[in-house]
Design a binder for this molecule. Structure first.
Ligand code: DSN
Length: 427
């Protein structure tokens, strides 16, 4: 068979792009070489529909052990009783949770996408907004913080079956106690989608949702720094307060309902190579290095906040508790789209993002989202954040100056060369 030169040369190009650039997309990270090794191997060949010890295919004795190890590690990291490690992504995890807990047409209440929420929390263009009846709370205009009073008012009026907390562009911690208290008033279930800050929660650097939210979902590739994928976690087999039933109409444990909703509800064969890689990432998270990494993420985000403020950037909510910043660029007279497109010319990758109460469309936006998990993995420290912010500012204040863009790009490429991405890289 001929080698696929085209694809492998594109993979090399992508490696070069990642090595040379400043990766500031808040949802991205650089997974370890051993995580990648676990993903690219013979485990990709195996069909294993079902769960460890209960499969629909023979020859699963090895992947049973690997998937069980992954489950056990996930449970240990978050101190929970239940983990399903099969969801192919965070969106799949959320789809399975809703399938398990809701009936089509049931009301769900989540953070508005334009205020920092996520597509799968009820957006009209997503399954969650098409199959269920979405309701939204927002953030407060005066301080950019989640409006729990609004959440409570809507919850009491509309009585949604599910309240969703968690966000993809929110830089502050969550009050899970308040969310649960609101849910208790209407006998609703609470789903926390902790995809963004999961790594910081794992290391105790942010509030834990597990005591208060019935179910917690996450991706595994953001602050958790694993392979792309999703997980569903639960602290205990909560007492199935709504009397939810399985497809046969029998009342079942929530854990059974969740497992059934992943397979066969929304997925077929699990990606056992990715599950092996999730297990490797969880092994890394259990080690002391990951605590230093996570603390550095928080310190870098704080240093970045200070550097942006010194240059009069308008940070939504006034700052950050986690790994990201949401910046309103209206006082700089530049759209999010223009900022993203210009920064990428200097090898700085961020994403345009709507800001709360935005007057521009999602394709233009008034803001950008900036995150530090990836550059922290590369080895950048607090002192480097000022340099990074000055590069960003230099580009944004001179968007038509190609000479300046080329100069900044050169400086970034040289700077990033000090931080070898994958020392043993070979394609
Ligand atoms: N696409 C992810 C993010 O960038 O936050 C959410 O799914």
């Amino acid at each position: 068979m001929q080698a696929d030169i085209e694809i492998f040369s594109l993979i090399q190009d992508e490696f070069n792009r990642q090595q040379h650039g400043l990766e500031l997309i808040a949802s991205e990270n650089f997974t370890s070489e051993q995580v990648m090794r676990a993903m690219g191997n013979v485990m990709t060949n195996k069909y294993a529909e079902g769960y460890p010890g209960k499969r629909y295919y023979g020859g699963c004795e090895v992947v049973d052990k690997s998937e069980q190890l992954c489950i056990d590690r996930a449970k240990a990291i978050f101190n929970v009783e239940f983990a399903n490690v099969q969801p192919h992504s965070g969106a799949q995890a959320n789809a399975a949770v809703m399938l398990a807990l809701l009936k089509p047409g049931d009301k769900i209440l989540g953070l508005d996408l334009s205020m920092g929420g996520h597509l799968t929390h009820g957006s009209a263009v997503n399954f969650s907004g098409k199959l269920y009846q979405p309701l939204f709370y927002g953030v407060r205009k005066e301080d950019g913080l989640v409006d729990y009073d609004m959440m409570e008012k809507i919850a009491l009026e509309e009585k949604p079956k599910l309240i969703i907390c968690g966000a993809s562009a929110y830089s502050r911690d969550w009050d899970y106690v308040r969310v649960r208290a609101i849910a208790n008033k209407i006998n609703a279930l609470v789903l926390c989608d902790m995809s963004h800050p999961a790594g910081l929660i794992a290391k105790g650097l942010l509030n834990s949702p597990f005591e208060h939210c019935h179910i917690v979902t996450s991706t595994t590739h953001k602050t958790l720094r694993g392979p792309r994928g999703g997980i569903i976690l639960m602290k205990t087999d909560f007492e199935n307060p709504m009397g939810l039933t399985n497809p046969k109409g029998e009342i079942r444990m929530m854990s059974d309902l969740l497992n059934l909703a992943v397979f066969p509800g929304t997925q077929g064969g699990p990606l056992e190579h990715v599950i092996a890689a999730k297990a490797v990432a969880f092994h890394e998270i259990m080690q002391d290095d990951f605590m230093s990494y996570s603390k550095q993420v928080v310190a870098n985000a704080k240093a970045m906040e200070i550097a942006f403020k010194e240059l009069n950037y308008d940070i939504i909510s006034g700052g950050t508790d986690n790994h990201l910043l949401l910046i309103d660029l209206r006082n700089k007279n530049i759209s999010g789209k223009k900022a993203e497109n210009t920064l990428v010319k200097a090898d700085i990758t961020i994403n345009k993002n709507m800001v709360p109460f935005d007057d521009k469309s999602p394709f233009i936006t008034s803001g950008i989202r900036v995150g530090v998990p990836a550059i922290t993995t590369r080895g950048l420290k607090e002192n480097d954040m000022k340099t990074v912010v000055h590069w960003i500012d230099s580009i944004l204040m001179n968007t038509e100056n190609e000479q300046n863009i080329a100069k900044v790009k050169g400086e970034i490429n040289e700077f990033m060369n000090q931080f070898t991405l994958y020392p043993n890289w070979k394609i």
